[in-house]
Design a protein around this ligand. Structure first.
Ligand code: NAP
Length: 278
Protein backbone atom coordinates (compact mmCIF):
# COMPACT_ATOMS: atom_id res chain seq x y z
CA UNK A 1 0.00 0.00 0.00
CA UNK A 2 1.48 3.38 -0.90
CA UNK A 3 1.71 5.75 2.05
CA UNK A 4 -0.77 8.59 1.62
CA UNK A 5 1.17 11.85 1.30
CA UNK A 6 -0.34 14.88 3.01
CA UNK A 7 -1.83 17.26 0.49
CA UNK A 8 0.35 20.30 -0.18
CA UNK A 9 -1.33 23.53 0.91
CA UNK A 10 -2.84 25.27 -2.14
CA UNK A 11 -1.56 28.76 -2.91
CA UNK A 12 -5.05 30.32 -2.98
CA UNK A 13 -8.07 29.71 -0.76
CA UNK A 14 -11.63 30.23 -1.91
CA UNK A 15 -13.67 31.84 0.88
CA UNK A 16 -17.33 30.93 1.23
CA UNK A 17 -18.66 33.65 3.59
CA UNK A 18 -21.81 35.69 2.84
CA UNK A 19 -23.04 33.57 -0.06
CA UNK A 20 -26.20 32.15 1.48
CA UNK A 21 -28.28 30.23 -1.10
CA UNK A 22 -25.56 30.72 -3.74
CA UNK A 23 -22.97 28.93 -1.58
CA UNK A 24 -23.26 25.46 -3.15
CA UNK A 25 -23.17 26.71 -6.74
CA UNK A 26 -20.27 29.10 -6.05
CA UNK A 27 -18.20 26.51 -4.17
CA UNK A 28 -18.72 24.09 -7.08
CA UNK A 29 -17.85 26.81 -9.61
CA UNK A 30 -14.69 27.70 -7.67
CA UNK A 31 -13.56 24.06 -7.76
CA UNK A 32 -14.42 23.71 -11.45
CA UNK A 33 -12.43 26.91 -12.12
CA UNK A 34 -9.39 25.42 -10.41
CA UNK A 35 -9.46 26.32 -6.70
CA UNK A 36 -8.35 23.44 -4.51
CA UNK A 37 -8.50 25.19 -1.11
CA UNK A 38 -11.86 26.01 0.47
CA UNK A 39 -12.32 28.15 3.58
CA UNK A 40 -15.55 27.98 5.56
CA UNK A 41 -16.78 28.14 9.18
CA UNK A 42 -19.47 26.52 11.29
CA UNK A 43 -20.99 29.94 11.86
CA UNK A 44 -24.38 30.06 10.18
CA UNK A 45 -24.57 33.82 10.68
CA UNK A 46 -21.96 34.41 7.96
CA UNK A 47 -21.42 31.01 6.32
CA UNK A 48 -23.71 28.28 4.95
CA UNK A 49 -21.37 25.36 5.57
CA UNK A 50 -23.91 22.71 4.58
CA UNK A 51 -24.14 24.54 1.23
CA UNK A 52 -20.36 24.21 0.85
CA UNK A 53 -20.80 20.47 1.40
CA UNK A 54 -23.45 20.39 -1.35
CA UNK A 55 -21.05 22.16 -3.71
CA UNK A 56 -18.29 19.67 -2.89
CA UNK A 57 -20.64 16.73 -3.46
CA UNK A 58 -21.65 18.13 -6.84
CA UNK A 59 -17.98 18.52 -7.85
CA UNK A 60 -17.27 14.91 -6.73
CA UNK A 61 -20.29 13.61 -8.65
CA UNK A 62 -19.20 15.45 -11.79
CA UNK A 63 -15.78 13.79 -11.48
CA UNK A 64 -13.97 17.15 -11.25
CA UNK A 65 -12.11 16.29 -8.05
CA UNK A 66 -12.00 13.77 -5.24
CA UNK A 67 -11.90 14.63 -1.54
CA UNK A 68 -8.16 13.92 -1.52
CA UNK A 69 -7.57 16.69 -4.08
CA UNK A 70 -9.00 19.36 -1.78
CA UNK A 71 -7.76 21.34 1.19
CA UNK A 72 -10.80 21.97 3.41
CA UNK A 73 -10.63 24.47 6.24
CA UNK A 74 -13.34 25.26 8.78
CA UNK A 75 -13.57 27.15 12.06
CA UNK A 76 -14.86 26.98 15.61
CA UNK A 77 -16.72 30.16 16.55
CA UNK A 78 -17.57 31.16 20.12
CA UNK A 79 -21.25 31.75 20.90
CA UNK A 80 -20.56 35.50 20.97
CA UNK A 81 -19.85 35.39 17.21
CA UNK A 82 -22.90 33.27 16.37
CA UNK A 83 -26.61 33.93 16.01
CA UNK A 84 -29.28 31.57 17.35
CA UNK A 85 -28.26 28.80 14.88
CA UNK A 86 -25.59 27.25 17.06
CA UNK A 87 -23.66 24.15 16.01
CA UNK A 88 -23.27 23.04 19.65
CA UNK A 89 -25.01 22.97 23.00
CA UNK A 90 -24.12 26.32 24.61
CA UNK A 91 -24.52 24.84 28.09
CA UNK A 92 -21.82 22.23 27.39
CA UNK A 93 -18.18 22.87 28.31
CA UNK A 94 -16.08 24.74 25.74
CA UNK A 95 -14.15 21.54 25.03
CA UNK A 96 -17.44 19.74 24.25
CA UNK A 97 -18.58 22.67 22.09
CA UNK A 98 -15.39 22.37 20.03
CA UNK A 99 -15.96 18.64 19.51
CA UNK A 100 -19.65 19.14 18.62
CA UNK A 101 -18.88 21.99 16.22
CA UNK A 102 -16.25 19.99 14.34
CA UNK A 103 -18.41 16.83 14.24
CA UNK A 104 -21.19 18.94 12.71
CA UNK A 105 -18.73 20.51 10.21
CA UNK A 106 -17.62 17.04 9.09
CA UNK A 107 -21.29 16.15 8.50
CA UNK A 108 -21.83 19.37 6.55
CA UNK A 109 -18.76 18.78 4.42
CA UNK A 110 -19.32 15.04 3.95
CA UNK A 111 -15.87 14.05 5.15
CA UNK A 112 -14.19 12.30 8.07
CA UNK A 113 -11.54 14.99 8.48
CA UNK A 114 -10.77 18.55 7.48
CA UNK A 115 -7.31 19.76 6.55
CA UNK A 116 -7.38 22.75 8.85
CA UNK A 117 -9.48 23.68 11.89
CA UNK A 118 -9.22 27.29 12.98
CA UNK A 119 -10.25 29.19 16.10
CA UNK A 120 -12.31 31.95 14.47
CA UNK A 121 -11.23 34.52 17.02
CA UNK A 122 -10.04 34.61 20.64
CA UNK A 123 -12.67 35.19 23.31
CA UNK A 124 -11.30 38.65 24.13
CA UNK A 125 -9.98 41.27 21.76
CA UNK A 126 -7.19 41.92 24.23
CA UNK A 127 -5.79 38.75 25.79
CA UNK A 128 -5.38 35.02 25.16
CA UNK A 129 -7.69 33.86 27.95
CA UNK A 130 -8.22 30.63 29.90
CA UNK A 131 -11.24 30.02 27.66
CA UNK A 132 -8.99 30.22 24.58
CA UNK A 133 -6.53 27.85 26.23
CA UNK A 134 -9.33 25.32 26.88
CA UNK A 135 -10.57 25.63 23.31
CA UNK A 136 -7.05 25.28 21.87
CA UNK A 137 -6.35 22.13 23.89
CA UNK A 138 -9.70 20.69 22.72
CA UNK A 139 -8.75 21.52 19.12
CA UNK A 140 -5.43 19.71 19.62
CA UNK A 141 -7.35 16.64 20.80
CA UNK A 142 -9.46 16.74 17.64
CA UNK A 143 -6.27 16.91 15.61
CA UNK A 144 -4.71 14.01 17.53
CA UNK A 145 -7.89 11.99 16.88
CA UNK A 146 -7.43 12.56 13.12
CA UNK A 147 -10.43 14.81 12.56
CA UNK A 148 -8.21 17.64 11.29
CA UNK A 149 -4.69 17.60 9.90
CA UNK A 150 -3.69 21.07 10.99
CA UNK A 151 -4.79 23.82 13.39
CA UNK A 152 -5.00 27.58 13.12
CA UNK A 153 -6.08 30.78 14.82
CA UNK A 154 -7.75 33.81 13.28
CA UNK A 155 -8.26 37.49 14.10
CA UNK A 156 -5.26 37.55 16.40
CA UNK A 157 -2.97 40.37 17.52
CA UNK A 158 0.72 40.13 18.40
CA UNK A 159 -0.32 40.15 22.05
CA UNK A 160 -2.63 37.15 21.53
CA UNK A 161 0.13 35.28 19.72
CA UNK A 162 2.78 36.03 22.33
CA UNK A 163 0.47 35.00 25.18
CA UNK A 164 -0.56 31.89 23.26
CA UNK A 165 3.08 31.00 22.72
CA UNK A 166 3.77 31.39 26.45
CA UNK A 167 0.78 29.22 27.41
CA UNK A 168 1.13 26.28 25.00
CA UNK A 169 3.81 23.94 23.75
CA UNK A 170 2.67 24.08 20.14
CA UNK A 171 2.29 26.82 17.56
CA UNK A 172 -0.64 26.93 15.17
CA UNK A 173 0.06 25.89 11.60
CA UNK A 174 -1.92 28.92 10.37
CA UNK A 175 -2.77 32.45 11.33
CA UNK A 176 -5.67 33.94 9.35
CA UNK A 177 -5.99 37.73 9.64
CA UNK A 178 -7.53 40.72 7.92
CA UNK A 179 -4.73 42.42 6.08
CA UNK A 180 -4.60 46.22 6.12
CA UNK A 181 -2.02 47.87 3.85
CA UNK A 182 -1.80 50.80 6.30
CA UNK A 183 -0.43 48.36 8.90
CA UNK A 184 2.28 47.21 6.50
CA UNK A 185 -0.09 44.38 5.52
CA UNK A 186 -0.01 43.10 9.13
CA UNK A 187 3.79 43.28 9.05
CA UNK A 188 4.45 42.45 12.72
CA UNK A 189 2.19 39.41 12.82
CA UNK A 190 3.53 38.19 9.47
CA UNK A 191 7.06 38.45 10.75
CA UNK A 192 6.16 36.60 13.99
CA UNK A 193 4.64 33.87 11.80
CA UNK A 194 7.51 33.55 9.36
CA UNK A 195 10.03 33.22 12.22
CA UNK A 196 8.03 30.25 13.51
CA UNK A 197 7.10 28.69 10.16
CA UNK A 198 3.43 29.53 10.72
CA UNK A 199 1.64 30.00 7.40
CA UNK A 200 -0.05 33.42 7.27
CA UNK A 201 -3.43 33.56 5.51
CA UNK A 202 -4.66 37.03 4.52
CA UNK A 203 -8.29 38.00 3.96
CA UNK A 204 -9.94 41.26 2.88
CA UNK A 205 -6.85 41.99 0.79
CA UNK A 206 -9.06 43.94 -1.62
CA UNK A 207 -11.93 45.16 0.55
CA UNK A 208 -9.72 46.45 3.40
CA UNK A 209 -7.47 48.34 0.99
CA UNK A 210 -9.51 50.37 -1.53
CA UNK A 211 -6.85 53.10 -1.48
CA UNK A 212 -4.27 50.62 -2.79
CA UNK A 213 -6.51 49.54 -5.67
CA UNK A 214 -6.97 53.22 -6.59
CA UNK A 215 -3.28 54.11 -6.21
CA UNK A 216 -2.18 55.58 -9.61
CA UNK A 217 1.27 53.85 -9.73
CA UNK A 218 -0.39 50.50 -8.98
CA UNK A 219 -2.97 51.06 -11.71
CA UNK A 220 -0.15 52.02 -14.11
CA UNK A 221 1.78 48.88 -13.20
CA UNK A 222 -1.32 46.74 -13.71
CA UNK A 223 -1.92 48.27 -17.14
CA UNK A 224 1.70 47.69 -18.17
CA UNK A 225 1.46 44.04 -17.12
CA UNK A 226 -1.99 43.62 -18.75
CA UNK A 227 -3.28 42.68 -15.32
CA UNK A 228 -5.95 44.05 -12.98
CA UNK A 229 -5.12 45.92 -9.75
CA UNK A 230 -6.66 42.97 -7.84
CA UNK A 231 -4.23 40.59 -9.56
CA UNK A 232 -1.31 42.82 -8.56
CA UNK A 233 -2.46 42.74 -4.93
CA UNK A 234 -2.81 38.93 -4.90
CA UNK A 235 0.52 38.52 -6.66
CA UNK A 236 2.18 40.90 -4.19
CA UNK A 237 0.59 38.99 -1.29
CA UNK A 238 2.11 35.74 -2.47
CA UNK A 239 5.50 37.39 -3.00
CA UNK A 240 5.63 38.38 0.68
CA UNK A 241 4.51 34.95 1.88
CA UNK A 242 0.79 35.63 2.38
CA UNK A 243 -1.57 32.80 1.44
CA UNK A 244 -4.44 34.86 0.00
CA UNK A 245 -8.18 34.26 0.28
CA UNK A 246 -10.71 35.43 -2.25
CA UNK A 247 -14.46 35.21 -1.89
CA UNK A 248 -15.40 36.53 -5.30
CA UNK A 249 -18.81 35.54 -6.68
CA UNK A 250 -17.81 36.12 -10.30
CA UNK A 251 -16.45 33.46 -12.66
CA UNK A 252 -14.11 35.92 -14.44
CA UNK A 253 -12.69 37.16 -11.13
CA UNK A 254 -12.10 33.54 -10.04
CA UNK A 255 -10.07 32.98 -13.22
CA UNK A 256 -8.17 36.25 -12.81
CA UNK A 257 -7.41 35.53 -9.17
CA UNK A 258 -6.00 32.09 -9.99
CA UNK A 259 -4.03 33.48 -12.94
CA UNK A 260 -2.30 35.94 -10.59
CA UNK A 261 -0.46 32.86 -9.25
CA UNK A 262 1.80 32.80 -12.30
CA UNK A 263 2.61 36.55 -12.22
CA UNK A 264 6.02 37.49 -10.83
CA UNK A 265 6.50 41.05 -9.59
CA UNK A 266 10.03 42.52 -9.49
CA UNK A 267 11.45 42.76 -5.92
CA UNK A 268 11.50 46.60 -5.98
CA UNK A 269 7.79 46.64 -6.85
CA UNK A 270 7.03 44.18 -4.03
CA UNK A 271 8.92 46.39 -1.60
CA UNK A 272 7.14 49.52 -2.86
CA UNK A 273 3.69 47.95 -2.39
CA UNK A 274 4.64 46.57 1.02
CA UNK A 275 5.60 50.01 2.28
CA UNK A 276 3.03 51.96 0.24
CA UNK A 277 0.72 52.84 3.10
CA UNK A 278 2.38 51.92 6.36
N1 NAP B 1 -11.48 34.71 9.73
C1 NAP B 1 -12.36 35.66 9.56
O1 NAP B 1 -12.86 36.27 10.53
C2 NAP B 1 -12.78 36.06 8.18
C3 NAP B 1 -13.40 37.30 7.98
C4 NAP B 1 -13.74 37.66 6.67
C5 NAP B 1 -13.50 36.79 5.64
N2 NAP B 1 -12.93 35.58 5.86
C6 NAP B 1 -12.71 34.63 4.76
O2 NAP B 1 -12.09 35.28 3.68
C7 NAP B 1 -12.91 35.14 2.51
C8 NAP B 1 -12.72 36.34 1.62
O3 NAP B 1 -13.31 37.46 2.26
P1 NAP B 1 -12.81 38.93 1.98
O4 NAP B 1 -13.10 39.72 3.22
O5 NAP B 1 -11.40 38.87 1.49
O6 NAP B 1 -13.72 39.51 0.89
P2 NAP B 1 -14.32 38.84 -0.42
O7 NAP B 1 -15.55 38.10 -0.05
O8 NAP B 1 -13.23 38.12 -1.13
O9 NAP B 1 -14.77 40.10 -1.20
C9 NAP B 1 -13.97 40.62 -2.21
C10 NAP B 1 -14.76 41.75 -2.87
O10 NAP B 1 -13.94 42.28 -3.88
C11 NAP B 1 -14.63 42.19 -5.13
N3 NAP B 1 -13.69 41.94 -6.25
C12 NAP B 1 -13.49 42.75 -7.27
N4 NAP B 1 -12.57 42.24 -8.10
C13 NAP B 1 -12.18 41.10 -7.61
C14 NAP B 1 -11.26 40.11 -8.01
N5 NAP B 1 -10.55 40.17 -9.13
N6 NAP B 1 -11.12 39.05 -7.23
C15 NAP B 1 -11.80 38.94 -6.10
N7 NAP B 1 -12.71 39.84 -5.67
C16 NAP B 1 -12.89 40.91 -6.42
C17 NAP B 1 -15.61 41.07 -4.97
O11 NAP B 1 -16.67 41.28 -5.84
P3 NAP B 1 -17.14 40.13 -6.86
O12 NAP B 1 -17.84 39.07 -6.04
O13 NAP B 1 -18.07 40.87 -7.75
O14 NAP B 1 -15.92 39.62 -7.54
C18 NAP B 1 -16.02 41.22 -3.51
O15 NAP B 1 -17.04 42.18 -3.38
C19 NAP B 1 -14.32 34.95 3.06
O16 NAP B 1 -15.19 34.33 2.16
C20 NAP B 1 -14.04 34.07 4.26
O17 NAP B 1 -13.87 32.73 3.84
C21 NAP B 1 -12.54 35.22 7.11
Amino acid sequence: MPIEQPLPIPDFLYGTAWKEERTAALAELAICTGFRGIDTANQRRHYFEAGVGEGLAAAYRAGVVMRADLFLQTKFTYQRGQDHRLPYDPSASLAAQVAQSLANSLEHLGTDHVDSFVLHGPSSGHDWTDADAEVWEAMRKERDAGRTRLLGVSNVSMRHLEQMEAAHSEHPAFVQNRCFARLGWDREVRSFCSERKIRYQGFSLLTANPEVLRHPPLIKLATSLKATPAQIVFSFARAVGILPLTGTSKADHMKQDLASGSMKLPPDVVLAIESMAG
